[in-house]
Design a binder for this molecule. Structure first.
Ligand code: AMP
Ligand code: GLY
Length: 426
C-alpha cells in the first residue's frame, strides 16, 4: 500500500520512519515533508490544507492510506472532504471528521464532552463578551493561580496562567473584548488550577475500540527548570518513570474508556489518534486537554518504542477492527532533545547550514524544521531537529540523546540541557 503522510515536522518524520518498517508499506509520500522525510519517501510540495491538491496526489500516486499529522486540516474537515467524494471510498484516512476534531478545536466542546461522559477534569465555566461580568465573578470565586483558555486554536499560545486576580480579570477582558488571540478568544474557558505533574497518553481509536500507545511527558517551556515562554515542545521522555499500576488502571478505566465510550455513544466519526493531556494530582488523572493527533515531540519517543507493525494497526483503525490485535511495545525507554533556532519561540532566522550528521551514532535524528538544497541541509523552522535515543531507562537514553545533540552544528543552536530534570528521583 502507498501511504501519504500530511505534515512537515518531527512528528511526521517519526511516523514516516515507523510506517516505512512495515511489510505492508510500499511507497511513502510526505506533504510537504522536510529534509529528513525525503530520505524515507517522496516529499510532495503541497500544503496540508490544500485538499484539492491532496486529492490529486492521492489519485496520481495510488495512495491507499492518508495519515493526517497536524490538527489544522482535521479541524478544517479534511476527513469529511474525502468521505463526501465516493471516488476516495477505498482510501483509509487516519484522523477524526470535523465534528470530532472539535475535541481539540474548541476547549468548550471538549470540556462539555468530558462532563457528559464523566471524564475527570478541572471545574470550569465558559464566557463570551456578553457575560464577561459573570466571568469576573467566577474568577473571584476561585483561588489563584487562574487558568484562562481561549476556546479556539491559538497555536499552543491560548492558555494563560495568572497569579493575580486583577491581572486575570484584565487578561479576560483582553481576550474577550480586544481579541487578544483573534477569533480563538471570542469565547474563553476559565478553569480551576490543578497542581500536579503533567503527562500525555496516546490512544488509537476507531470510535468504538481502542489501543493505548506508550505514554510520554514533554517539556513545553523554552527555559531550563520549566521557565519562560511556551513552545511546541523542547524534549520528551517515554515512559514516565512515575507510572504505577494503580495510576495506569485509573487512566484506563477513568479516562480512556469513558472517552472512547463517549465517542461511540455520541456517534462521533473518529478513526485516528487521540492525545490526552493529563495532570496527575495525588496519583489521580485529570484531563487538561484532548488533541486529535499525535504530539510533537512526543511522537519522536513513542514511535521508536512500538514493536508491532503500525501500518497493520492503522488499517485496523480505519476498518473498525482495532479490538482484534494489541499494539505491542518494547520494555525500554526513549528520550528526545529538540534543537531549536536562536530566538525561538519568538522571531528567529532560517536557512542556517547544518553539519555533523555523519557524526551521529546510537540515536535517531528526526528532522523537525529542515530543508535540503543542493545537497546541504538548512534550518527551516523554529524547532529544527529532535534527537531521539533508546535506552534501558530514561537516564541511559538521555545520555545518548545529549551526546548526539552536541554533534550537530549550526549557527544559533539552542536546546534545553535539563530534559527529565523533574524525573530524576523516581
Ligand atoms: P493546554 O493548551 O490546554 O495544553 O494548556 C497549556 C498548559 O497549561 C498545559 O500544558 C498545562 O501546563 C497548563 N494548564 C492547562 N490547564 C491547566 C489547569 N487546569 N491547571 C494547571 N495547569 C493547567
Ligand atoms: N507537544 C505538545 C503537542 O504536540 O501539542
Amino acid at each position: 500500500m502507498n501511504i501519504l503522510i500530511l505534515g512537515s515536522g518531527g512528528r511526521e518524520h517519526a511516523i514516516a520512519w515507523k510506517l516505512k518498517q512495515s511489510k505492508s508499506a510500499q511507497q511513502i509520500f510526505i506533504a510537504p515533508g522536510n529534509a529528513g522525510t525525503s530520505a524515507i519517501g517522496n516529499n510532495l510540495n503541497i500544503g496540508v490544507s490544500d485538499f484539492d491538491a491532496i486529492a490529486d496526489s492521492i489519485k496520481k500516486h495510488s495512495i491507499g492510506m492518508l495519515v493526517v499529522g497536524p490538527e489544522a486540516p482535521l479541524v478544517e474537515g479534511i476527513v469529511d472532504y474525502f468521505e463526501e467524494r465516493p471516488e476516495f471510498s477505498d482510501v483509509r484516512i487516519i484522523g477524526p471528521a470535523k465534528y470530532g476534531a472539535q475535541l481539540e478545536g474548541s476547549k468548550e466542546f471538549a470540556k462539555d464532552f468530558m462532563i457528559r461522559n464523566n471524564v475527570p477534569t478541572a471545574r470550569f465555566k465558559s464566557f463570551t463578551e456578553k457575560n464577561i461580568a459573570a466571568g469576573y465573578s467566577f474568577l473571584e470565586s476561585l483561588k489563584a493561580p487562574y487558568v484562562l483558555k481561549a476556546d479556539g486554536l491559538a497555536g499552543g499560545k491560548g492558555v494563560l496562567i495568572l497569579n493575580n486576580l486583577e491581572e486575570a480579570k484584565s487578561e479576560l477582558k483582553a481576550m474577550l473584548m480586544d481579541a487578544k488571540f483573534g477569533a480563538a478568544s471570542s469565547s474563553v474557558v476559565i478553569e480551576e488550577y490543578l497542581d500536579g505533574i503533567e503527562m500525555s497518553v496516546f490512544v488509537l481509536t476507531d470510535g468504538k475500540n481502542y489501543q493505548i500507545l506508550p505514554e510520554a511527558k514533554d517539556y513545553k517551556r523554552i527555559g531550563e527548570g520549566d521557565t519562560g515562554l511556551n513552545t511546541g515542545g523542547m524534549g520528551a521522555v517515554s515512559p514516565v518513570p512515575f507510572m504505577n499500576e494503580v495510576l495506569q488502571e485509573r487512566i484506563k478505566t477513568r479516562v480512556v474508556e469513558p472517552s472512547v465510550k463517549g465517542l461511540k455513544e455520541e456517534n462521533i466519526n473518529y478513526k485516528g489518534f487521540l492525545f490526552i493531556g493529563l495532570m496527575i494530582v495525588d496519583n489521580e488523572p485529570f484531563v487538561i486537554e484532548y488533541n486529535v493527533r499525535m504530539g510533537d515531540p512526543e511522537t519522536e519517543v513513542v514511535m521508536p518504542r512500538i514493536k508491532s507493525d503500525l501500518v497493520e494497526h492503522l488499517i485496523a483503525c480505519a476498518d473498525g477492527t482495532l479490538n482484534e490485535s494489541a499494539i505491542e511495545f518494547e520494555n525500554n525507554a526513549a528520550t528526545t532533545i529538540m534543537l531549536v533556532a536562536a530566538g525561538y519561540p519568538e522571531a528567529y532566522e532560517k536557512g542556517k547550514e547544518m553539519k555533523g550528521f555523519e557524526q551521529l551514532g546510537d540515536c535517531i535524528a528526526f528532522h523537525a524544521g529542515t530543508k535540503e538544497i543542493n545537497g546541504k541541509v538548512l534550518t527551516d523552522g523554529g524547532r529544527i531537529l529532535a534527537v531521539s535515543a533508546l535506552g534501558e531507562n530514561f537516564k541511559d537514553a538521555l545520555a545518548k540523546s545529549y551526546r548526539n545533540a552536541d554533534r550537530i552544528l549550526y549557527e544559533g543552536k539552542y536546546y534545553r540541557k535539563d530534559i527529565g530534570f523533574d524525573l530524576m528521583d523516581y
